[in-house]
Design a binder for this molecule. Sequence first.
Ligand code: BES
Ligand code: MN
Ligand code: ZN
Length: 487
Amino acid sequence: MPQFNQLNNNSADSFLLLLSEEDCGNISSLSINDNLKEILTDLTSRKDFKGKKGSLIRIPAFNTEFKNLYLAGLGKKEKVNLNLIRDSLTWGFRTIGRQHNKSAAVILENLKDFEGLCFVLGEAAGLCGYTFDKYKTKDENYESFSLEEFYSDLYEPDEFNKGMKFAEAQIFSREIINEPGCSVWPEVLAEKAEALAKEYNLACEIWDEKKLESEKMGGILAVGSGSENPPRFIHLTYKPSKPSNPSKKIAIVGKGITFDSGGLNIKPDNFMLTMKGDKTGACNVLGIMKGAAELGLNVEVHGLLAVAENLPSGSSYKPDDIITARNGKTIEINNTDAEGRLVLSDALCFASELKPDAIIDMATLTGACMVALGKWRAGLFCNNDELAEQILTSSKNTGEELWRMPLEDEHIAETLKSPYADLINCGERYGGAIFAAMFLKEFVDEKISWAHIDIAGPDFKDKEYGVYAKGASAFGVRMCLDYLMKL
Ligand code: BES
Ligand code: MN
Ligand code: ZN
């Protein structure tokens, strides 16, 4: 992890400034050193750089003090917020690091009115170097990233370090999500959870297939039945060292399908690609547990991971099967590719039994949610307005965008019914994300505040952008940590 130093000399390899369009027209008012001011005045008067959002220029070797000066545009000042700053800093640092700079000094003076600046600086410093490249040969053509040292004019170590811990939690989750199905299956995820528990002194319970049987986890067992790699249920507990009285207790539940082929209702052609990412919810739970422990949060957190591999074979669960979830409800299977709601049904029953103050589940649950909201927004389904508001606030704070979706629909409710069992696992195409959420509701104690976050859309990034590298986004980690931190 990178080093941070107060900006006290001009020894950095590179200098970074984030400028809005208005800043560019008003260079003289910036409190920056005269040398720099002169250069910026010249650049902006020639309109080489106008502060347009997304623009980034490098002025190499512009004097003997700094090797490289980088300017990143923030666009219109009125639209600048902390989320844009987080993205721009990460992207600026990423570029700087790829261009063989070892250290970067960032001037934040012109942005000092934004509260939490040093926090997002820490996040950006932690996230900028991340790519999933462990399987690539590091030969002479390999583009390495060399940025390790950061300087800034506004530096608050506490805030910076917290931001860095947020980044570490996200990277921890992304690293596991990005691993393909040939290297992570349920037992491997369980080992990773165990190692994490050991490192942070968390309680850790892992249920194997025998225990799943005796504990009546019929959903997890059915979904895992087609694979030679047996399913697992994982329960991690973080308890604050000096709990406030009364201290809150929150359960975070994650869908952990280490690979989703669809099962016997096998996915066609390209639909199976990126389905290694169907374990994101569970990996996020691990990242959040790590973050909670690192930050020493003052809230009891239960992390619950429902983990299975969904494959077709002679032992797979089948369409027409009727299975029984932990709470005794029977489910007719009409589509083995609607498996996430089945593993979550057992996990949500278990979460309810813990009697927490709130349950939050994260799941790459439906393609329908991605069709509805696109690839940059997750769907929020919530049975309690106060909890929904808290989560929406954390979403705004962290730039992980959410849109609240309905959890009640009398017509869709009709389609949840099966002629042979209490429920059917798959409804019609239309309203598929709502159907799935309403299905999950059947397994949550209705007295408990519960939020379901369908993260199928933003789960995978086709290309890097802002805080995101290509591949897993770990969308949800920042938001949930923010929610827990503010309780
Ligand atoms: N894991 C998928 C959902 C998904 C799709 C996540 C695309 C990320 C990107 C889920 O298990 C699934 O297969 N859902 C089906 C449900 C259908 C059978 C009701 C879907 O969305 O097509
Ligand atoms: Mn599926
Ligand atoms: Zn799935």
